[in-house]
Design a protein around this ligand. Structure first.
Ligand SMILES: NC(=O)c1ccc[n+]([C@@H]2O[C@H](COP(=O)([O-])OP(=O)(O)OC[C@H]3O[C@@H](n4cnc5c(N)ncnc54)[C@H](O)[C@@H]3O)[C@@H](O)[C@H]2O)c1
Length: 358
């Protein structure tokens, strides 16, 4: 039976090593509305968690095997991805959060009025391995993705946010979340140009930007003008293969947050300063970096990782457009998800199933 518990009661229910032989651990569920409420006022915390997770990964304090893609014959655009991950607490040998995100992407859902992505995060006790919580995670995934883009934008801009005309190509929830995090990070948006294959989505996005954030947005019919006019560019489409083939419209001062990973052709990638989250991860699954490496027979065009930018061992090249292509790492989901879980317990909004393992 699921019950809502306040934090004292939850603490009594949580597994402790000495007790675990006597009473089975409890299992918690944290629903989407609770996650949304917690994340709604937590942009700075989430960006700091993401920053620390990247630094930990760069320092070798993580275990993050390659994501596993479940695909379906006859339904090539749909997939469910498993992202297992473990982090050590930075600066100590103590184990950090452990878990797995299981995220489905079914683009045809949009036509039925359903979100493309849905996800759960399972958190495991690092001492016993017991799964102790299931957290709604489409929101966590969007927040950690947007936070990583905002962290990268600042790092690629020399360590601080700046001012720019924003360009958005692909105007779904990931684009919206990215804008929220860029603003929370301190970016000043001088206006926005947006494009989506579904023109109504670009218009809705611009309306939202004006009403919610007082940033004037203009929906454009093609991606070329967006690339030409923006200083800070977000790709958040569901394109399966590159459709931007020429580097000509890109400018050396531009920062490109290539969150959707498959928009830029190899000629564009080669002309840019390229940063990813993890080299082994990003050279897979038909990403633009993967395609470029397949053509070139090497990955010398990748300049480094976000961890290296953050720890100061890599500096952005002022003479080339700067592109961040994050494959999306499970360490971000478990780090942000474990924090959200803690907050839900503190506020008494975690539901517990005390007899799950009984
Ligand atoms: N790298 C990461 O860590 C990470 C994490 C989460 C999501 N993502 C990716 O972000 C992307 C966006 O996610 P979402 O939830 O907002 O998706 P969504 O499906 O809700 O929105 C995507 C939008 O892109 C538009 N689009 C598709 N192809 C286009 C093209 N060629 N030009 C212009 N618009 C185009 C669609 O019409 C749609 O409105 C997805 O590809 C998703 O896989 C990446």
């Amino acid at each position: 039976m699921l019950e809502h518990l306040h934090s004292d009661a939850v603490r009594r229910q949580q597994p402790r090593p000495a007790e675990s032989r006597r009473s089975p651990p409890a299992f918690f569920v944290v629903g989407g509305q609770t996650v949304e409420r917690i994340l709604g006022s937590a942009h700075a915390s989430v960006m700091e968690i993401v920053r620390q997770a990247y630094l930990a990964h760069s320092a070798g304090a993580s275990v993050n095997p390659p994501s596993l893609f479940l695909r379906f014959p006859g339904k090539p655009s749909s997939r469910i991805i498993a992202l297992p991950a473990a982090l050590s607490n930075t600066g100590s040998a103590a184990p950090g959060p452990v878990g797995i995100k299981w995220i489905a992407s079914f683009p045809d859902n949009l036509a039925q009025g359903l979100p493309r992505a849905s996800a759960v995060l399972i958190l495991n006790d690092p001492q016993t391995g017991h799964a102790y919580a299931c957290v709604e995670s489409a929101r966590i995934s969007a927040a950690r993705t947007a936070a990583s883009a905002a962290v990268a934008a600042g790092a690629l801009n020399g360590g601080t946010p700046g001012s720019a005309v924003l360009g958005v190509i692909g105007c779904g929830p990931i684009a919206q979340a990215t804008v929220e995090y860029l603003l929370a990070a301190g970016w000043r948006l001088e206006g926005c140009v947006a494009h989506d294959l579904d023109a109504s989505r670009a218009r809705d996005f611009c309306r939202w930007l004006t009403e919610r954030h007082d940033v004037r947005g203009e929906a454009l019919a093609g991606h070329e003008r967006v690339i030409g006019e923006a200083g800070l560019l977000v790709f958040a489409t569901t394109a399966a293969a590159p459709y931007v083939d020429s580097p000509a419209p890109f400018r050396r001062e531009q920062i490109v947050l290539h969150v959707s990973l498959r928009d830029l052709g190899p000629a564009v990638i080669r002309a840019c300063f390229n940063v990813t989250d993890d080299l082994e991860h990003c050279l897979k699954a038909g990403t633009s970096l993967h395609l470029t490496a397949s053509e070139d027979g090497n990955h010398r065009f990748v300049d480094g990782t976000i961890g290296e930018l953050l720890d100061g061992t890599l500096r952005p090249d002022p003479d080339r457009p700067k592109v961040f292509s994050p494959f999306g790492m499970g360490i971000l989901d478990v780090a942000v998800g474990a924090w959200v879980f803690e907050q839900s317990v503190r506020s008494g909004h975690a539901s517990v199933m005390a007899d799950f393992y009984a």
